[in-house]
Design a protein around this ligand. Structure first.
Ligand code: OKP
Ligand code: ZN
Length: 343
């Protein structure tokens, strides 16, 4: 299948992050995308470049002030005399002002960010914009008749909300793909998030909408990042009530229980009557992932792909997490297999 990829991802590298009391190189690294690109090229997939979608095409999913913050953040940081990487040092928690954006860059960062593990560097905007273009291009290809397409997005996107960034994510690539499908003829889009971490940003974006069904299988937020969203009782609101479905699972979940949740998720998308599917494809459910705790062996990814393909919908696969770099490419290639096989 067509793999949409941009070398501009290389402009983003957060440097170091705090992990179990130590500063370690960011798990979300350049090597991730390189490994996936090589494995998919070796498997015979066709690499294509993204189209030049303009900033305006982000605004169906993100607030304009948030996009402007991301676009100009690094320049403001430099004007403040700083270098290196940008991290917030305070957040508007309960009882504090969330209704105004502080004029200075430090307060603005705390306003838009929701964690202190998502550094912005000089090339972050270019990389995030390229990833968004990859996702929208893959969606456009599917809208134009491809049965399936894959967007090799880096940085990932599913934690980015309408006006918030965090969890290594800046722009919500999968949400942008779903939005584009809606604008180009799809009536109902199923968005299935199989990343180990709850897609809080995607849930936020579609919370009050009934034209995109958001379904997520993830490590329970009781113990797993992002902690504050992704519980089973979150079902959407207003017109969107009943169009969010969270299937949290405990740490150490293996294939049998996972596959049951997957069937529930696929059944919900089928019952909804989706005419297109977007998959937030994190492969950090792999047993060897360094920051996650499910126990799926490598042999499960082709099985996952087969079940996704069996929905028989035009499908946009959007790369999210997966941090076991050595096995990352082959696990992604495993998922894609069923989609490229002759039917
Ligand atoms: C992104 B994706 C900081 C701990 C926070 C954030 C995990 C983000 C996962 N060292 N970790 O969903 O794969
Ligand atoms: Zn993840």
């Amino acid at each position: 299948m067509k793999v949409v990829h941009s070398p501009l991802h290389r402009r983003h590298d957060g440097g170091m992050e705090l992990h179990r009391s130590k500063l370690v190189p960011c798990f979300e690294s350049r090597a991730r995308a390189e490994d996936i690109r090589e494995a998919l090229a070796d498997a015979g997939h066709a690499l294509v470049a993204p189209r030049a979608f303009a900033i305006d095409s982000l605004l169906g999913v993100h607030d304009a002030d948030f996009v402007e913050f991301l676009r100009t953040a690094w320049a403001r940081w430099q004007e403040d005399g700083r270098d290196g990487f940008m991290l917030p040092s305070g957040f508007p928690a309960r009882g504090m002002r969330r209704d105004r954006v502080p004029a200075g860059i430090h307060g603005a960062m705390g306003h838009y960010a929701f964690d202190a593990g998502t550094p912005i560097v000089a090339g972050t905007w270019d990389a995030a914009m390229a990833a968004a273009q990859c996702a929208m291009t893959a969606a456009a290809l599917v809208a134009e008749g491809e049965g399936a397409a894959y967007a090799l997005c880096r940085p990932p996107g599913h934690h980015a909300g309408r006006g918030t960034y965090g969890g290594y994510c800046f722009l919500n690539n999968a949400a942008l793909a779903a939005q584009l499908l809606r604008e180009r003829g799809s009536r109902k889009v199923g968005l299935l998030d199989v990343d180990y971490h709850h897609g809080n940003g995607t849930q936020d974006i579609f919370w009050t909408r009934d034209d995109v069904l958001f379904v997520s299988i993830h490590g329970t937020p009781d113990t797993e990042y992002p902690y504050f969203l992704g519980y089973a009782d979150e079902r959407g609101a207003g017109a969107g009530e009943g169009f969010t479905l969270n299937l949290p699972l405990p740490r150490d979940t293996g294939w049998d229980d996972y596959a049951q949740a997957l069937d529930t998720a696929l059944q919900a998308i089928h019952a909804y009557g989706a005419d297109a599917l977007v998959v937030s494809l994190g492969v950090d459910t792999f047993e060897g992932d360094p920051i996650s705790a499910f126990r799926l062996g490598a042999e499960r990814f082709p099985q996952l792909g087969a079940r996704l393909a069996a929905l028989n919908l035009p499908t946009v696969l959007v790369q999210e997490g997966g941090y076991a770099v050595k096995e990352l490419g082959s696990n992604v290639a495993g998922v894609l297999q069923a989609f490229s096989a002759p039917t």
